[in-house]
Design a binder for this molecule. Structure first.
Ligand code: FNR
Length: 187
């Protein structure tokens, strides 16, 4: 089994990116286990809190999910042509203490995916992640790209992915990434 983890970078209930992640989890290729995570419960990074209380429980729990995965897909919204602050904040927490970067990120396979109501489907947000992931030593997979524009047309009233073409592209993206991450991890 290849273990893939999806992390949604949006906190809102009706998030298109969380919807995309859930659609991926509901339609997994054979031989793939797809776990999901959100950023709920992760506080704002504050170095004083880190010194006083250590790493928050929600951050440790997310670290453990990442470390159990062969590959991680960041489902990233785009805010002001970059990644949302809440998502960057979570990654900043995950990089603390810095000694943990080696366990959590270095050499681990990551992929970027996202959807937005605009015409470019999170391209600038995905670009903004590149230097961050490089800094952390992550192995960023670029075998396929998944940037879905006009998000409001892709989901039904219940927030389920209803656009057949988007669903096909999502499935192909997850399969290609899982094949790659699995092969890299000897699965
Ligand atoms: C946005 N949005 C947005 N969209 C985009 O394509 N490019 C952008 O630069 C921005 N900028 C932006 C800034 C802020 C502060 C907000 C709140 C929103 C719109 C954004 O893509 C939209 O709200 C999505 O629905 C957010 O993703 P989720 O929450 O649906 O996953």
């Amino acid at each position: 089994m290849v273990k893939i983890l999806g992390i949604s970078g949006s906190l809102r209930k009706a998030s298109f990116n969380t919807g995309l992640m859930k659609a991926a989890a509901a339609d997994v290729p054979e031989g793939v286990e797809f776990d999901t995570a959100t950023l709920h419960g992760i506080p704002l990074y504050d170095g004083d809190i880190e010194v006083k209380n250590g790493i928050p429980e929600a951050v440790t729990a997310l670290k453990q999910k990442i470390m159990a995965a062969d590959g991680v897909i960041l489902f990233t919204p785009e805010y002001n042509n970059s990644m949302p602050g809440v998502f960057k904040n979570a990654i900043d927490w995950l990089s603390r203490p810095s000694a943990d970067i080696a366990k959590v990120f270095r050499g681990r396979h990551f992929a970027l995916a996202g959807t937005s109501p605009g015409n470019f489907g999170t391209i600038l947000s995905q670009n903004a992640w590149l230097p961050v992931m490089r800094t952390l030593g992550a192995e960023l997979w670029s075998g396929k790209r998944l940037m879905l524009p006009r998000a409001e047309t892709l989901f039904d009233q219940d927030g389920a992915l209803s656009d057949a073409d988007a669903a096909d592209r999502l499935r192909a993206f997850v399969k290609a990434f899982a094949d790659f991450a699995g092969a890299q991890n000897g699965r």
